[in-house]
Design a protein around this ligand. Structure first.
Ligand SMILES: *Cc1c(COP(=O)(O)O)cnc(C)c1O
Length: 430
């Protein structure tokens, strides 16, 4: 299909209206296409592996709503679960059977979890886990890594300070410098910097927070020794290790990345997949650590819609498909098909496929796959932007940013993957 034939006038019209009433015309910034340019498609409906925009264009979707849709769009079992739950009432502000069942299931699945609390987003989960770590240790300082994203709580919108200073500086306007000073930031993949930091500040540290498989700046797979060393340093210094599994949790398998790498964090955070496409987050850890939370302990944390029955039902239906209907095995098989087809297509054109289960990143950088955010080159970003638009014209939706990963769902087929690989090869070799 040529650009001339492609109709996008309704998207343009709606987006123009959106810009009159919403900052940037969106409810979350990356949706505005600022890093790739152009007008975002306004999506009207979706089913399986496809989304349909308001002009009626069908797009083969590898965004998957940025991670939650491990079963694809509008999966029948999710729709049924949602409607059955909703008929009984959409929120009670009281305990419900759904949340008890979901909590029982995930505490059995994930190695870090004995107790879990539900919230409504990944941001809330991480924010609350950090507060829990601070309350438990009685320490204020936290450590994070550049290249990891943990949602938009004030103390996590922090970038590495200049020079040798490890305390951070706000990465967003509106974040007080005094907050950022309680957040130290180090580079990924640097064990000696980590050891040096613990040497000087380990006794003040409440927690180390990391995406153990960083997937918000490309996919920056870490060395096992780096993570293992971090686990040991935390234990030695009485700091808690928090794995942010908002992307990897329940997508990689029952026990997320913790099980995958064989390292058990003290606290783990979840979002995305656990809500089956509805707004859910969760965090948890040992009974002892989680006992600091209100009403058992002094750390306050609450939410009007937390543990919402409709959302819990969607989460349960998702786990059913993954656990009982062989979803994870299917995702892994699709991932291997991606290696076989998309891998060579990228390599033939100066790129690399980086994949972890059903999470993939098309790195268009020269040389090896990067392990730190600083290694992602501008040229790779420019090439991705061109690829993004060419694929969109061909009816394939990738995330509108070179730094975002793609997601496979059980609604994808081998032929969808081949279609992606062929299109990528055609565009990059042109
Ligand atoms: C998406 C994400 C978050 C934030 O979750 P929201 O639901 O968008 O608030 C936190 N951590 C990681 C690793 C994420 O990918």
């Amino acid at each position: 299909m040529s650009t001339e034939e492609l109709k996008t006038s309704k998207s343009e019209e709606l987006y123009a209206r959106a810009c009159e009433v919403m900052p940037g015309g969106v409810s979350s910034p990356v949706r505005a296409y600022r890093s790739v340019g152009g007008t975002p498609r306004v999506i009207e409906s979706a089913r399986g592996a496809y989304v349909r925009d308001v002009d009626g264009n069908e797009l083969l979707d590898f965004v998957g709503s940025w991670g939650p849709l491990v079963l694809g769009h509008a999966h029948p079992s999710i729709l049924t679960a949602i409607s059955l739950a909703a008929e009984r009432g959409t929120t009670f502000g009281a305990p419900t059977p759904f949340e008890v069942e979901l909590a029982e299931r995930i505490t059995k699945m994930h190695p870090a979890l004995e107790r879990v609390r539900f919230v409504s987003s990944g941001t809330e989960a991480v924010m609350s886990a950090v507060r829990t770590a601070r309350g438990h240790t009685g320490r204020d300082l936290i450590l994070k890594f550049s290249g990891c994203y943990h949602g938009h709580a004030d103390h996590l919108l922090v970038a590495a300070g200049s020079g040798l200073a490890t305390f951070g500086t706000p990465s967003s306007a509106g974040v007080p410098a005094a907050f950022a000073e309680q957040t130290a930031v180090l580079g990924l993949d640097d064990t000696s910097a980590l050891e040096a930091f613990f040497e000087s500040r380990g006794k003040d540290l409440a927690c180390v927070l990391i995406e153990p498989a960083p997937a918000n700046n490309g996919l920056l797979l870490q060395r096992q020794e780096f993570l293992q060393g971090m686990r040991e340093l935390c234990t030695e210094h009485g700091a808690l290790l928090i794995f942010d599994e908002v992307i990897t949790g329940f997508r990689l398998g029952a026990g997320g990345f913790s099980e995958h790498c064989g390292i058990t964090p003290d606290l783990a955070t979840f979002g995305k997949v656990i809500g089956g496409g509805l707004p859910v987050g969760a965090f948890g850890g040992s009974a002892e650590i989680m006992s600091v939370l209100s009403p058992d302990g002094p750390v306050y944390q609450a939410g009007t819609l937390s543990g919402n029955p409709v959302a819990m039902a969607a989460g349960l239906a998702t786990l059913d498909q993954l656990e009982r209907a062989g979803g994870w095995a299917k995702l892994e098989a699709l991932g291997e098909h991606l290696d076989k087809h998309l891998g060579p297509a990228l390599e033939a054109n100066g790129g690399t496929l980086v994949r972890l289960g059903s999470i993939f990143w098309m790195s268009l950088n020269e040389g090896e796959a990067p392990r730190t955010a600083e290694c992602i080159a501008d040229r790779g970003v420019q090439r991705y932007t061109a690829l993004f638009h060419s694929l969109l014209e061909r009816g394939i939706a990738l995330a509108p940013s070179a730094y975002e990963v793609g997601f496979l769902s059980i609604a994808h087929t081998e032929s969808h993957i081949e279609q992606l690989a062929e299109a990528v090869n055609e565009v990059l070799s042109a």
